[in-house]
Design a protein around this ligand. Sequence first.
Ligand SMILES: [Zn+2]
Length: 309
Amino acid sequence: MTAPTLADVVAVLDGLYPPGTAEGWDAVGLICGDPAARVAKVLFAVDPVADVVDEALDWGADLVVTHHPLFLRGVHSVAATTFKGAVVHRLISAGVGMYNAHTNADAAARGVADALADAVGIVERRPLVGPDGGGPDGDGLDGGGAQTGIGRVGRLAEPTTLGEFAQRVADALPPAAQGIRVAGDLAGTVSTVAVLGGSGDGFFDAVRAAGADAYVTSDLRHHPASELRERALFEGGPGGTPYLVDTAHFASEWPWLRYAATDLTAGVEAVLAGRGEAGTVTCKVSTRVSDPWTAVVHVQESPARKDQQ
Ligand SMILES: [Zn+2]
């Protein structure tokens, strides 16, 4: 068995998630690591946080692949005197590389959007926003997720209620303290669903244009969410759609990690086989919850509270 070099692994990842497809403001690619180093074990995680570095070092990873960048803006020091500098130092001292695929992984086939769409059971889907920033390319519903672009929209195999659909989302994603927040009639029918991993309240126009009954995304703020629902009720009456299903940001992006691990394993195996060598990398998906929110306290109906009202 041959272990590939970091350069080999980066080439496969760049092929799966072409850096040129990342948004202009984004920072993607190799954060630290020696391209000539051998890589046998790769850990996949959403966030480049200290807990994930702990997991990587405990497991003996040679490379950590994250979704979010460690550095999105320029820095003039990576001294271990800051939390980000400490992440870099711990990785380099242990000979561990770090690579991230962010908006290039959102858009890719079998990327963040496709993985979330599969997790919640969307079939016959297309990008919510095409790669040119406009509507989806062509008229087609490809059913296989081979297209690229932001988010995905399609139908469920069988229509269901909002309440049952939200439970399906909860069951499909890793647990996070906030749970799943829902806006809309739990008995309302959900057939067409849009999804977008990560912060999604900038895409409401596309969700409405796509005729989605429900929109699964994260980080929904009060005013955009309130106005979307008020408009839906004003225009559509009590059953007005789209409904909103808000998940933890970390959770909506997490399903991609499994796809990335599977696809990197196969990609490296193919590269090595092309050289007449047998081998690949061993991949692991992080089980650490990197959502920053740690608890939710629900309002209790107490006598003292009633007195206030
Ligand atoms: Zn994100």
